[in-house]
Design a binder for this molecule. Structure first.
Ligand code: UDP
Length: 508
C-alpha cells in the first residue's frame, strides 16, 4: 500500500523526515519499528538507526515496508569497537543476547559511543531531518541532537500511569526509600501505594544513578514525548503526565494495530521459531475465548523449578493453553524431557512453543480468551488492543505498576500474586508464585461467571476503543497527524492550554 500523504503537498515544504533511534531490546525496538511504519504509511520518510545484528532482525519489517512501498529505511551504524575493550562478547548488540549479569552496565556504556556515528549520519544528510525520536534509554542522543540543532522527542515505552508515578515519586525523592517502605505516590489522580520492590522503575539500582539522571535530563530537555498508549485507556494519567512535564506528550497507540496482515505480524521483532500457521491452525480448532496464552516477554527467564510450576499450574487449570518458553529456558535435557512429558499428558489441550512466538497473531486469534503476562507494557497493550483480559505476573521495572493499571484501574486483570521483583535470569530464591496460584488465577480469568464476564466485557470494550483510536478520526490517528504537522509546519502542540487537577480522588 502506497503511503497516504496527509499534508497539502502543493503548498507544503518537502516531505517530513523523522530519524528514529530505538534502544536495542525487543520491548523497545518493536514499538519503535511499528511507529516508523505508522509514520511511513502517512508519507513521512522514517529512518531507523540500528547496529548490524539488530538490522538483520529488522529485515522482515524492512522487506514488508518495501513491498508496501513505504518510505522506511534501515540505517546501519557499526556497533562501537569499544565493546571489545569493555569485555562484551562479539555480536552482543541487543539486551536479549546478554548472558552474564556483569555485561549489562558495560553494554549501556558502550551504547554511548554510538553518539559519533549518529552525529556523522545526521550531519551528512542533504537536508536536516524534521525531528529525531529517540528511546529514553538512549539518553546519549540528547547531546548529539542538540549539537546538530534538531528537535528531539523522547519515546518512553511504558504506560503514562507508570511514567507519571515514576516522575512524581522521583520529584519527592521517594525512590531512595528502603525496599519495604510503603509510600503513597504523590500527585496521582488515584491513590497508588507502593514499595520500592513494586516500583523499582528503570536504573534505580546503586551504580546506575548516572544513567537514571541522564534519562531524566533527556526527558526534561526534549521537545516532547511519544507514548504507545491511547486516550480512552488512560486519559487522566496522560493529561497529568503532560502537565507534570510541561511539554507535549503524543499518544499514538496501540502501535501494534498497525500490523494488520499476517505478513506484518510475522515480521515483528524476530522470525518466529514456530510457523505462524502451525499455531493458528491449532487455534482454529478451539472454541472462541477458550485458550489461555502464556508468554513472559523477551527478557524474563525462569529457572527450571519455576518453569515446572508454570507447567503444572496450566495442567491443573484444565484449560486449553499455548505456552511460550524461551530457548534459554529449554537448554538442559532435564527441561526438554519434562516439557515433552507435559505435552504428552496434555495432548490436544496444550501446546508448548519453544523460542520466539508470533504473539500478535496469537492474541488476535478469536480462540484466545486470556493471557498470562509478565506485564511488559507492550504485552499488556497488545492484549487489551485485542480485547483479551490478563492474568498479571509482574517481574521487574515498570511491570508492577502496569499490573496495577490493568487490575485496579481498568478492571481487565487477575493478579497471580507476585509481590516483589525477581532477577532477570530467573530467581529460585524469590519463588513467590506456585502451581496453585497459576491454576487459581487462570481458572478465575477463564471460567464463566459474572466477575469473569465483566472483566472480559471491559477488555473487549477497550479493544474496540483501541481500534477506533487508530482509525481516521480516532484520537491516536489525529494526534499523529498533528505531530507530523507540528514538525513540518513548525506549529508545536501547545501544552500551556492543559489544565488538569492531579490529586488522589479515587482509591485503587
Ligand atoms: N514478543 C513476541 N514473541 C515472543 C515474545 C515477545 O512477539 O515470543 C513481543 C511481544 O509481542 C512484545 C515484545 O516482544 O511486543 C515484548 O515487549 P514487552 O514490553 O511485553 O516485554 P519485554 O520483552 O520488554 O519484557
Amino acid at each position: 500500500m502506497a503511503p497516504t500523504a496527509e499534508l497539502d503537498t502543493a503548498t507544503s515544504p518537502p516531505p517530513p523526515h523523522f530519524v528514529i533511534v530505538p534502544f536495542p531490546a525487543q520491548g523497545h525496538t518493536i514499538p519503535m519499528v511499528d511507529l516508523a511504519r505508522l509514520l511511513a504509511e502517512r508519507g513521512v520518510r522514517a529512518s531507523l538507526v540500528v547496529t548490524p545484528v539488530n538490522a538483520a532482525r529488522l529485515r522482515g519489517a524492512a522487506d514488508h515496508a518495501a513491498r508496501a512501498e513505504l518510505p522506511l529505511e534501515i540505517v546501519e551504524v557499526p556497533f562501537p569497537p569499544s565493546a571489545a575493550d569493555a569485555g562484551l562478547p562479539p555480536g552482543v548488540e541487543n539486551i536479549d543476547l546478554i548472558t552474564d549479569y556483569a555485561d549489562f552496565r558495560p553494554f549501556f556504556d558502550v551504547m554511548r559511543d554510538l553518539a559519533a556515528p549518529l552525529e556523522a549520519y545526521l550531519r551528512a544528510l542533504p537536508a536536516p531531518p524534521s525531528c529525531v525520536i529517540s528511546d529514553l534509554s538512549n539518553s546519549w542522543t540528547a547531546g548529539v541532537v542538540s549539537r546538530v540543532g534538531l528537535p528531539r522527542l523522547f519515546f518512553h515505552g511504558p504506560s503514562c500511569f507508570y511514567s507519571l508515578c515514576d516522575l512524581n515519586a522521583a520529584a519527592h525523592g521517594l525512590q531512595q526509600q528502603a525496599d519495604d517502605d510503603r509510600y503513597v505516590v504523590p500527585g496521582m489522580p488515584v491513590r497508588v501505594e507502593v514499595t520500592k520492590d513494586t516500583q523499582p522503575g528503570f536504573f534505580n539500582t546503586p551504580g546506575w544513578e548516572d544513567l537514571r539522571d541522564a534519562a531524566m535530563e533527556a526527558m526534561r530537555t526534549a521537545d516532547g514525548g511519544v507514548v504507545n498508549t491511547f486516550l480512552d485507556l488512560e486519559d487522566e494519567f496522560i493529561a497529568c503526565f503532560e502537565a507534570a512535564l510541561a511539554k507535549p506528550v503524543w499518544t499514538l497507540g496501540p502501535f501494534c494495530l498497525y500490523n494488520r496482515d499476517a505478513d506484518a505480524m510475522a515480521s515483528r521483532g524476530n522470525t518466529p521459531d514456530v510457523a505462524q500457521s502451525v499455531v493458528t491452525t491449532w487455534l482454529d480448532a478451539m472454541d472462541t475465548d477458550s485458550v489461555i496464552y502464556v508468554n513472559f516477554g523477551s527478557l524474563a527467564r525462569k529457572v527450571p523449578k519455576y518453569l515446572f510450576e508454570v507447567g503444572h499450574g496450566l495442567e491443573d487449570s484444565g484449560k486449553p493453553f499455548v505456552w511460550v518458553v524461551k530457548e534459554s529456558e529449554v537448554a538442559t535435557p532435564e527441561v526438554q524431557e519434562w516439557l515433552s512429558a507435559l505435552e504428552a499428558r496434555v495432548a490436544g489441550r496444550g501446546v508448548v512453543v519453544r523460542g520466539w512466538a508470533p504473539q500478535l497473531a496469537i492474541l488476535s486469534h478469536r480462540a484466545v480468551g486470556g493471557f498470562v503476562t509478565h506485564c511488559g507494557w507492550n504485552s499488556i497493550l497488545e492484549s487489551i488492543a485485542h480485547g483479551v483480559p490478563v492474568v498479571t505476573w509482574p517481574h521487574f521495572t515498570d511491570q508492577f505498576l502496569n499490573e496495577r493499571l490493568a487490575v485496579n484501574v481498568l478492571g481487565v486483570g487477575v493478579p497471580v500474586g507476585a509481590t516483589a521483583s525477581v532477577l532477570l535470569f530467573g530467581d529460585e530464591a524469590a519463588m513467590q508464585v506456585g502451581r496453585a496460584d497459576v491454576a487459581r488465577a487462570v481458572s478465575k480469568l477463564m471460567d464463566g461467571g459474572e466477575e469473569a464476564g465483566e472483566r472480559r466485557r471491559k477488555a473487549k470494550e477497550y479493544g474496540e476503543k483501541a481500534h477506533r483510536a487508530m482509525e481516521k478520526g480516532g484520537s491516536s490517528y489525529e494526534s499523529l497527524t498533528q505531530l507530523i504537522r507540528s514538525f513540518t509546519l513548525q506549529e508545536p502542540k501547545n501544552s500551556s492550554s492543559i489544565t488538569v487537577e492531579c490529586s488522589a480522588n479515587r482509591h485503587i
